[in-house]
Design a protein around this ligand. Structure first.
Ligand SMILES: NC(=O)c1ccc[n+]([C@@H]2O[C@H](COP(=O)([O-])OP(=O)(O)OC[C@H]3O[C@@H](n4cnc5c(N)ncnc54)[C@H](O)[C@@H]3O)[C@@H](O)[C@H]2O)c1
Length: 278
C-alpha cells in the first residue's frame, strides 16, 4: 500500500544533516510530515534542524534530530525505537547516510573498502532490521534506499563505491520480493551526479571521474516523494546524456558497456597526462 499523503506521517531520514537527506527531510516537512533527522555529524544535524524549521515556518510537523552512526547497530536500533516511542509509528525510512570516495584500486585500502561497505551498505541494512518490527506491526511502511547510477554501472576509480551501491540494489530487490504482500514498500533511488558536498571533494577526482552535475538535491527530493506515492521500485535519475546512454547499453550489452567505460577512462587519463606535460 503506497504512502499517498505525507501529512502526519513519521519519517526517519539518515544522512539528514546534508545534501539529499536534508532536502528530502525539508520536502517531507513542507508536506506535513514529522521528520526525525539522523546523522553522524552532530553540528550539521543541529544546523539542519534549524534550517528545516526556518524553511517551512508554517509546517505543522515535528522536527527532531538524533545523532546516529549508521554503522553502529545499537545506535540505529535506539534511533528507530525512539521514533516509535515518540510517535507510535514509523511510516517512512529514507537511508541517505553515505560516503563517496574514489581512487585507483591499487591504492584503495582494505580499511577504506570496509568503511565504504559499512556506511553505505551495512548502514542501510541496520535501518531495515531496526524499523521492520514497527512496520510489520503496522502492516505498512516504506523504505527509500539511496543507491546511485554506480549501482547499475561499473565506473573506473569507483570500485568500492560501486560495490556498496550494487549491494544496496541486490539487497533491495531481494527485500522487495520478501516483503511482497506485507504492506511494506521499497523504493531504490539511482541518481547520477547531484550537487551536494559529497561531490566537491577535490579537483583531481572531479576531472578523472568526469563529474557533470545536472541534478540538485531539491530535485531529487521532489522525485523521491513522488516515487513513494506511486510505490515505485526503481527511481533512476540520469539527465546526463552520456550516463543515460551507458545505462541503456549496460542493460542490452554489459560487455560493450564495460569496454566503452574502460576506453573513455583511458582517454581521460591520456588527456590529463597531456595537460600535465603542458
Ligand atoms: N551526490 C551525488 O552525486 C550522489 C549521486 C548518487 C547517489 N548519492 C547517494 O546519496 C546519498 C546522500 O549523499 P549526498 O550527496 O546527499 O551526500 P552528503 O555528503 O551531502 O550527505 C551524506 C550525509 O551522510 C552522513 N554520514 C556519513 N557517514 C555516516 C554515518 N556513519 N552515520 C550517519 N551518517 C553518516 C554525512 O555526515 C552527511 O551528512 C549517499 O548514499 C550517496 O552515495 C549521491
Amino acid at each position: 500500500m503506497a504512502l499517498k499523503n505525507f501529512e502526519g506521517a513519521v519519517a526517519v531520514i539518515t544522512g539528514g544533516a546534508s545534501g539529499i537527506g536534508l532536502a528530502t527531510a525539508q520536502a517531507l516537512h513542507a508536506r506535513g510530515a514529522h521528520v526525525v533527522l539522523a546523522d553522524i555529524n552532530q553540528q550539521g544535524l543541529r544546523q539542519a534542524e534549524e534550517q528545516t524549521r526556518l524553511r517551512n515556518p508554517e509546517a505543522m510537523g515535528n522536527i527532531s534530530s538524533i545523532p546516529t552512526d549508521v554503522t553502529n547497530e545499537q545506535q540505529v536500533q535506539a534511533l528507530m525505537q525512539k521514533a516509535t516511542e515518540t510517535f507510535g509509528r514509523i511510516n517512512l525510512v529514507v537511508t541517505c547516510a553515505g560516503v563517496g570516495r574514489g581512487g585507483p584500486i591499487d591504492l584503495f585500502t582494505s580499511a577504506e573498502m570496509q568503511t565504504m561497505m559499512n556506511i553505505n551498505f551495512m548502514g542501510t541494512y541496520h535501518c531495515v532490521q531496526a524499523a521492520l518490527p514497527t512496520m510489520r506491526q503496522q502492516q505498512s511502511g516504506h523504505f527509500v534506499f539511496l543507491s546511485s547510477v554506480a549501482g547499475k554501472l561499473g565506473a573506473p576509480m569507483l570500485t568500492g563505491y560501486c560495490a556498496s551501491k550494487w549491494a544496496i540494489r541486490g539487497f533491495s530487490i531481494a527485500l522487495r520480493a520478501e516483503l511482497h504482500g506485507s504492506g511494506i514498500g521499497v523504493t531504490t533511488v539511482y541518481p547520477a551526479w547531484v550537487d551536494t558536498p559529497m561531490i566537491h571533494q577535490g579537483e583531481d577526482a572531479t576531472q578523472l571521474l568526469n563529474v557533470q552535475v545536472l541534478l540538485t538535491a531539491d530535485q531529487v527530493a521532489t522525485e523521491i516523494l513522488q516515487a513513494v506515492t506511486e510505490d515505485r521500485r526503481d527511481l533512476t535519475l540520469a539527465p546526463n546524456p552520456d550516463i543515460a546512454t551507458i545505462l541503456q547499453i549496460m542493460k542490452e550489452d554489459p560487455d560493450k558497456a564495460e569496454q566503452l567505460s574502460g576506453e573513455a577512462f583511458q582517454q581521460r587519463l591520456a588527456k590529463i597526462a597531456a595537460q600535465q606535460r603542458g
